[in-house]
Design a protein around this ligand. Structure first.
Ligand code: VGL
Ligand code: ZN
Length: 243
């Protein structure tokens, strides 16, 4: 790692102890120096699956556009992890399981408020497959999540009950990963929750904005997610920030 990168990351790590304003550290450094991923970095490609791209049951607007960009970004990383949303057919997050409820409404479940979705990413179905054209042959781990019927899991680290881990923290720590870079779908759900949980688990975290697309629930969800991520020390970066 080059010296300036080391200093900016150390500075970021120090700043992150107080969380507030930490997003400024690396972005300032990035204004004059680009990132070149090392063995301590991982690209986490979140839920780039058929259901989430146009034509899918929970299509994210323009979700297909990020596929070539993610392929190119992944080539810059030695370490890549993919995630797949992987629900039972009768999953608690499906509106179809809650009589009288429609997709995009909410309901109360034991772990809090749950947004109800159209049926999506059912285990073993075509919709749960990775999106056509996604090509990351060197990815070394696929984390499946949301497979417990009673609990949703937007986050790649922790289910929505905030107790049940997926194993990803242990995997990354055992492999001495320090920094998680995120891309994929959807910015304001699985990407945001994963990035925030990465910070909580002690990793540095950055979301590559142009390599994500959002659902923007209610027309404000996307900006609210960025506000929350920024407050928790997640950096908002662009694919052009890489060498
Ligand atoms: C997601 C809603 C429901 C996501 C997954 O990948 O962002 N969103 N399940
Ligand atoms: Zn889901």
């Amino acid at each position: 790692m080059r010296d300036i990168d080391r200093r900016s990351f150390l500075k970021f790590a120090a700043g992150s102890a107080v969380a507030l304003g930490s997003a400024g550290w690396l972005s300032t450094a990035l204004a004059y120096k680009k990132i070149s991923p090392t063995s301590k970095d991982v690209l986490i490609v979140v839920d780039v699956q058929k259901c989430f791209i146009p034509g899918g049951s929970l299509a994210v607007d323009k979700g297909n556009e990020i596929v070539p960009l993610i392929n190119a970004l992944a080539g810059k990383f030695e370490n890549v992890v993919l995630t797949q949303d992987w629900h039972t057919a009768d999953h608690i997050s499906f509106a179809s399981q809650h009589p009288g409820k429609k997709p995009f409404e909410t309901t109360q479940v034991p772990y809090g408020t749950q947004v109800l979705w159209p049926d999506h990413c059912v285990q073993g179905t075509e919709g749960a497959d990775l999106a056509p054209g996604l090509s990351v042959p060197h990815a070394m781990l696929v984390i499946r999540k949301g497979y417990n019927r009673e609990v949703d899991s937007y986050s790649a680290f922790l289910e929505a009950d905030k107790k049940t881990g997926t194993g990803l923290t242990g995997y990354l720590k055992e492999r001495n990963i320090a920094r998680c870079f995120f891309c994929g779908l959807a910015t304001d759900f699985c990407v945001a929750w994963s990035a925030v949980d990465a910070r909580a688990a002690g990793f540095e975290a950055a979301v590559i904005e142009d390599a994500c697309r959002g659902i923007n629930l209610g027309g404000t969800g996307l900006e609210a997610a960025w506000t929350d991520m920024t407050a928790k020390g997640v950096l908002r970066i662009q694919s052009t920030n890489f060498v």
